[in-house]
Design a protein. Structure first.
Length: 127
């Protein structure tokens, strides 16, 4: 997915336009559509290679090489969604985002909560 211009992840970078939404009246239901803004999504690519070596009719060895999150892609969390955290200057410019529209963390969606690239090697002997 291509990243739109001006969209970013990290400290003080808005993931979507912070002025696209305004706080509603107290107790009122807003008019934004369901899923009007989507988070960064997840991409994960795993790979594995296996090779069998036969020594005799009875003895066999298998070499295994696996790569988890081969592309080493981070899994970013959703941006802050509380429009009330936005602080504007009197002229309408943004003074502080206060976490609104900002992605500040990653999610542990990988195996055992680990998202970094991981290589595993193994030997299996059967007889």
């Amino acid at each position: 997915m291509a990243t739109p211009k001006g969209v970013g992840t990290g400290p003080n970078q808005s993931y979507f336009d912070p002025l696209a939404f305004t706080p509603g009246a107290t107790g009122a239901i807003g008019t934004a559509a369901l899923d009007a803004v989507r988070g960064p999504g997840t991409f994960n690519f795993d790979g594995g290679l296996f090779r069998d070596f036969r020594f005799t009719e009875r003895w066999k060895m298998q070499f295994r090489a696996e790569a988890l999150n081969l592309t080493n892609t981070p899994h970013f969390a959703n941006p802050g969604a509380n429009v009330s955290n936005l602080v504007l200057n009197p002229d309408g410019s943004i003074r502080s985002l206060g976490g609104y529209t900002v992605i500040t963390s990653t999610t542990g969606t990988g195996r055992e909560g680990i998202d970094e690239r991981l290589f595993r090697f193994g030997l299996r002997i059967t007889f």
